[in-house]
Write a protein that binds this ligand. Structure first.
Ligand SMILES: Cc1cc2nc3c(=O)[nH]c(=O)nc-3n(C[C@H](O)[C@H](O)[C@H](O)COP(=O)(O)O)c2cc1C
Length: 204
């Protein structure tokens, strides 16, 4: 497989370009998104699959200056540095329990992950980029969003917008402002079960 001019990623096997085309830049343009664009992003996420179709994800988002400032205050400084330019900031939450039974939903983080990725792929279809962040202060995020920690996990923050110049970023961030690569398939995928102990340790 060869890489395109715009995207240096080379898949091992032919796949749809949408998978290698999604990546997480830090250089955002501050061009605002329309209400329609924002709805489209969340609509894509709404169609994600989930255990028992529970749809345990919740999204809180910020576009106004005041809301973005509050959301940014929950991010670690290293993420604030670049995320402050993104016109849309959001948090992805997962509801801890099933609505009907009240039992713990241990699949909720998995489902919320599927939903965020639908949003990220929809963003690329719209010429936008989404960059997820685990680097935020949990306590501050609960306070900013006003949600109950007993009821929700806050899984990640996400910055969304048009890609812009990376010139304003620190040099070390500029140096990594490009699509990265992946481990080989052979490190990640196994047929059957784990071989004998003296063979490959797949978990290392
Ligand atoms: C749950 C999650 C948390 C992440 N946290 C951060 C973060 O705090 N700061 C950051 O700059 N990037 C963060 N990233 C981006 C990852 O570093 C990035 O997705 C990974 O290197 C793969 O690169 P790609 O998204 O460009 O394909 C996070 C991604 C995910 C999915």
């Amino acid at each position: 497989m060869t890489a395109s001019d715009e995207n240096p990623r080379v898949p091992e096997v032919a796949i749809d370009e949408m998978f290698t085309d999604r990546w997480s830049p830090r250089g955002f343009d501050d061009q605002p998104l329309s209400d329609e664009q924002i709805r489209q992003l969340f609509e894509a996420a709404r169609w994600a699959p989930s255990c028992f179709n529970e749809q345990p994800w919740r999204f809180f988002y910020a576009v106004s200056e005041a809301d973005r400032k509050a959301y940014l205050s929950a991010l670690v400084p290293r993420n604030q540095l670049w995320a402050k330019r993104a016109p849309l900031l959001l948090f992805v939450l997962a509801r801890r329990a099933f609505g009907q039974s009240g039992r713990e939903n241990r699949h909720a983080p998995f489902d919320a992950g599927a939903a965020w990725l639908c949003l990220a792929f929809q963003a690329r279809k719209m010429g936008l980029y989404a960059h997820a962040m685990a680097g935020f202060n949990q306590r501050r995020a609960y306070a900013v969003l006003g949600v109950s920690e007993t009821e929700f996990h806050i899984m990640a923050a996400v910055a969304v917008g048009h890609k812009g110049s990376a010139d304003h970023l620190p040099e070390e961030m500029q140096a990594i402002e490009q699509p990265n690569t992946r481990r080989p398939l052979s490190d990640l995928v196994f047929e059957g079960s784990v071989p004998g102990e003296d063979e490959v340790d797949v978990l290392s």
